[in-house]
Design a protein around this ligand. Structure first.
Ligand code: BG6
Length: 462
């Protein structure tokens, strides 16, 4: 019999704490790295300030105010029939400085209440433990993930989360897009570096921390499933010249590097050859080796938005620019739209790592027009329809084990790369602009009704 989308398929939405919560100093929350980024003009990208300059606007400080509106927002999401919501816990709500002796009870209570709401509507929580949210104090005092000390701070944080929520949260992702450290290290670690040795050292400590978290989770509650997450999109050879094919293999290896360690539990010969060829010395102890092998993940989560090529002419993309593909269209932000690339990605990752794959982010960033309370976002529907079509082919024709699909930014939120509001992904519109002006009222877009139908029919009606 042909494999089919299972009835328990997790149709859902994804958000992250710093892109939607706001309330950046409420109930004892400490500062995270992203709280220091300011968007100060339409043309400029973000600037980092410390201390905070009260004359400037910092998008995360208010975001879409989800901290106060989560009840109404979740009620609206539940109307779509979503089966799961992926969200992150803001580390600095639980440990304001990251190295505190005790967790902040008010922060924990907030997530208790969020989980209550999800339970009310039978929406399964999928929790990202760190989605680019790092207590700023850890960056200042310890140099963030360039220090081995971070492993202990992270595990203390995980222990609190697992003990508190294990009965209610069964699926966790240890780090959002762990491979982004090699593209934009400041995003995942708060430390900007172009030095590959430093990046891979930080990645190593994160992977050891993730492995220890897996082990700890299984000890506390063996029912908990833990995933690693990649920002994934294939790089194609520009043409069939063997040198180009080889170049594409090497590009793709950058993502496999992470998936290999976290699913297999050790660095491959290829990874070690990379260290040697760049004269890198990675601080990898024999204890780390034991941790890695004992802390292999249960599933691979991916964000998928686009693909690249080995072409030297490049366009903008998620966290990095990449080679242009003349066969593909681009979004307004220069991201290449490639639905077949999703099917290719699912095949590639499943063939290599033989783990279930969870698409925890996919969607289209686009400007929307609110006209008389309506948003006609047929471009978004079209994007998602094409991607879902390819996902279904990967499941039904190629036999890939896909656990679920979460549309990114199911509700409009601030963009991670530019901190703009106008780059919208949601199916729920939030009336707020780049500088926080607006009513903050929510509206259902056309895609809201479309996705509801997709979920109702378990993907049969796209
Ligand atoms: C992913 C991140 O890389 O891409 C999200 O996990 C992010 O946090 C999403 O929002 C889309 O990127 P952007 O820059 O358009 O918000």
């Amino acid at each position: 019999m042909q494999p089919q989308i299972r009835n328990s398929f997790l149709w859902g939405g994804a958000i992250s704490a710093h892109q939607c919560e706001g309330a950046y100093q409420e109930d004892g929350k400490g500062l995270i790295t992203n709280d220091l980024y300011c968007l100060n003009s339409e043309t400029k990208e973000r600037e980092v300030h410390f201390p905070i300059n009260s004359a400037q606007y910092y998008p995360t400080h208010h975001a879409i105010d989800f901290y106060h509106t989560y009840k109404e927002d979740i009620a609206m999401m539940s109307e779509m029939g979503i089966k799961c919501l992926r969200f992150s816990i803001n580390w600095a709500r639980i440990f304001p400085n990251g190295d505190d002796d005790q967790p902040n009870e008010k922060g924990l209570t907030f997530y208790d209440s969020l989980l209550d709401e999800l339970e009310k509507y039978h929406i399964e929580p999928i929790v990202t433990i760190s989605h680019f949210e790092i207590p700023y104090h850890l960056v200042e005092k310890y140099g963030s993930w360039s220090s081995r000390d971070m492993i202990d701070f992270y595990i203390t944080y995980c222990e609190v989360l697992f003990n508190r929520y294990h009965q209610r949260v069964k699926k966790w992702i240890t780090f959002n897009e762990i491979n982004v450290v090699t593209y934009k290290s400041e995003m995942t670690t708060g430390i900007h570096t172009d030095d590959m040795q430093v990046m891979l050292q930080m990645a190593h400590y994160q992977m050891v921390a993730s492995a220890k978290a897996v082990r700890l989770a299984k000890k506390i509650d063996p029912e908990m499933q833990i995933g690693m997450m990649l920002m994934y999109g294939p790089t194609y050879p520009e043409n069939c010249h063997p040198e180009n094919v080889l170049k594409a293999i090497h590009y793709n290896d950058e993502s496999y590097y992470f998936a290999e360690v976290m699913t297999q539990g050790y660095y491959s010969n290829k990874a070690k050859a990379l260290w040697r060829s760049h004269q890198m010395q990675i601080d990898l102890t024999s204890e780390d080796e034991v941790d890695l092998i004992n802390g292999r993940v249960d599933f691979i989560a991916i964000s998928y938005y686009m693909s690249w090529t080995t072409n030297d002419e490049s366009t903008d993309g998620n966290m990095s620019s990449g080679g242009i593909n003349p066969y593909l269209e681009q979004s307004k932000w220069g991201w290449q739209i490639d639905p077949v690339g999703l099917r290719i990605s699912l095949n590639e990752l499943y063939d290599r790592f033989k783990k279930p794959i969870f698409i925890v982010e996919n969607g289209l960033g686009h400007e929307d027009k609110l006209i008389q309370g309506k948003i006609h976002d047929d471009y978004r529907i079209d994007y998602m329809r094409q991607h879902l079509n390819q996902m279904i082919k990967a499941i039904e024709e190629d036999g890939v084990d896909v656990m679920g699909y979460c549309v990114w930014g199911i509700i409009d939120l601030i963009s991670a790369s530019k901190f703009e509001m106008k780059k919208r992904y949601g199916m729920i519109y939030v009336d707020r602009d780049d500088f926080g002006n607006g009513t903050n009222k929510r509206y259902r877009k056309d895609s809201f009704y479309w996705y509801k139908k997709v979920i109702e029919t378990n993907g049969k009606e796209l």
